[in-house]
Design a binder for this molecule. Structure first.
Ligand code: PMP
Length: 467
């Protein structure tokens, strides 16, 4: 049966799992445990749903990995990729060359970026974008005659990628623990995570306190040694951490006071997630650099980049000399063509505007209803990002003794019931495709409640309900 399956290219779920276990090493995984259990095999997708190899239909509450903003099954994106591959599948942008798709895409990004940001450096991913950020801020301070400005300040529990610079800029301690990170010249301050770290305080006061940590760190290091501050407008992988309203304006004020560059990592928030083209616009910020990826192509092709503000661009360009940095796939023609078509769809179909004027509000209202569940300590959302804080005792907001266990139980129930919801510790998070319809939001909330019920029953030992 197996050889027939191989000949027709149709393998069974078990066969895919065996093949996968034998040869495919997964990102961020315990390979031993995964291979013993067998991977879930996702085989196709349409709109906001994915299907697994056993034919189960699953509502993708995570838009792939925060990226499929226009939803699955947009054949226009496949068509432009096909046409581009036929015409010019690859050419580099290194040696005084360009190609129409890279130039066109950069111009289209500049159209939707804040007015002072008019240039884009392309990369293959969000991690590479953040490596570029680190190279570029140091280059900037070099040409400014202040080469001692080396240090970039970031935050604990931030996610900026998994390359050496990306993981170092990030504030994930389990990542730092493997491979001797962070690399030198990166410092971390506290995050504006009110539910976990500030509940005894007023939200706005807590926001100011967390921003003050930036000034304290600048003074500790010496302002003349600080190059930049980097932060996700809303932390994604850290658990959809929505900063209090006071936080970002104060961060921007402090950056300006000491002349340090402000970098908003837009890899998740960019391209409509918060109902604006970039998270910086949602929070009224004027960043100097914006790393981007994910929603730039809605995940249909791997591409990222850094959108560069005039302050940095002018200084570095006017100084002359090579910027000794770049990737083979910087401005990859096929990825650029797909991204440009994706931007056309986002714009012409009014998808970003619709998130702001309608979907975010409907999602916020429905998601907030989950706050009445006995397991939920807080239900928060912004744009199309939501989080549920699961707690052991709702009255006292006591966390679970074994952190992360309940989140994983809930995640398993979700998969089984037909919903992809991600667990970060014991916090359940969603970020669905931006094209999600109201009826699909209803489905998401109904399934989420059902899985919370199943999780609660499991915790109480009522396994009958869970069966
Ligand atoms: N920055 C942020 C804010 C991210 O969420 C991610 C990916 N989740 C990255 C950077 C890294 O992007 P990539 O995985 O494409 O390297």
């Amino acid at each position: 049966a197996s050889s027939e399956a191989e000949m027709t290219g149709q393998r069974t779920t078990r066969e895919w799992q065996e093949l996968d276990a034998a040869h495919h090493w997964h990102p961020f995984s315990d390979t031993k445990a995964l291979n013993a259990e067998g991977s879930r095999v996702i085989t196709r997708a349409e709109g906001c749903h994915v299907w697994d190899s056993d034919g189960h239909r699953i509502l993708d509450g995570m838009a792939g990995l925060w990226c499929v903003n226009v939803g699955y099954g947009r054949t226009e994106l496949a068509e432009v990729a096909y046409r581009q591959m036929c015409e010019l599948p690859f050419y580099n942008c290194f040696f005084k060359t360009t190609h129409p798709t890279a130039a066109e895409l950069a111009a289209r990004i500049a159209e939707v970026a804040p007015p002072h940001m008019r240039r884009v450096f392309f990369t293959g991913s969000g991690s590479e974008a953040n490596d570029t950020v680190l190279r570029l801020v140091r280059r900037y301070w070099d040409v400014m005659g202040q080469p001692e400005r080396q240090t970039v300040i970031s935050r604990w529990n931030a996610y900026h990628g998994s390359t050496m610079a990306g993981a170092s800029l990030g504030g994930m301690k389990p990542m730092h623990a493997q491979g001797g990170l962070p690399i030198p010249g990166i410092a971390h301050i506290r995050q504006p995570y009110w539910f976990a770290e500030g509940r005894e305080m007023d939200r706005d006061a807590f926001g100011l306190l967390c921003a003050q940590a930036l000034e304290d760190k600048i003074l500790e290091l010496g302002p003349e040694r600080v190059a930049a501050f980097i932060g996700e407008p809303v932390q994604g992988a850290g658990g959809v951490v929505i900063p209090p309203a006071t936080y970002w304006p104060e961060i921007q004020r402090i950056c300006r006071k000491y002349g340090i560059l402000l970098v908003t990592d837009e890899v998740i928030c960019g391209f409509g997630r918060l109902g604006t083209w970039f998270g910086a616009q949602h929070f009224g910020l004027e960043p100097d650099l914006m790393p981007i990826a994910k929603g730039l192509s809605s995940g249909y092709a791997p591409i990222g980049g850094v959108v560069i503000g005039d302050r940095v661009a002018k200084a570095v360009i006017d100084a002359g000399g090579d910027f000794n940095h770049g990737y083979t796939y910087s401005g990859h023609p096929v990825a650029c063509a797909v991204a440009a078509e994706n931007l056309r769809i986002l714009k012409e179909e009014g998808i970003v505007d619709r998130v702001r004027t309608h979907t975010a509000g409907y999602f916020a209202q429905r998601w907030a209803e989950l706050a009445d569940h006995p397991l939920v300590g807080e239900a928060r959302s912004v744009g199309l990002m939501g989080a549920l804080e699961l707690v052991a005792d709702k009255r006292t907001m006591t966390p679970f003794t074994k952190e992360g266990e309940t989140g994983l139980i809930c995640r398993e129930f979700c998969f089984r019931e037909g919903l992809i919801m991600r667990a970060v510790r014991d916090c359940m998070i969603v970020a669905p495709p931006l094209v999600i319809r109201d009826s699909e939001i209803d489905e998401l909330v109904r399934l989420a409640r059902r899985c919370l019920d199943l999780t609660l029953a499991r915790l109480r030992g009522e396994t009958k309900l869970a069966a």
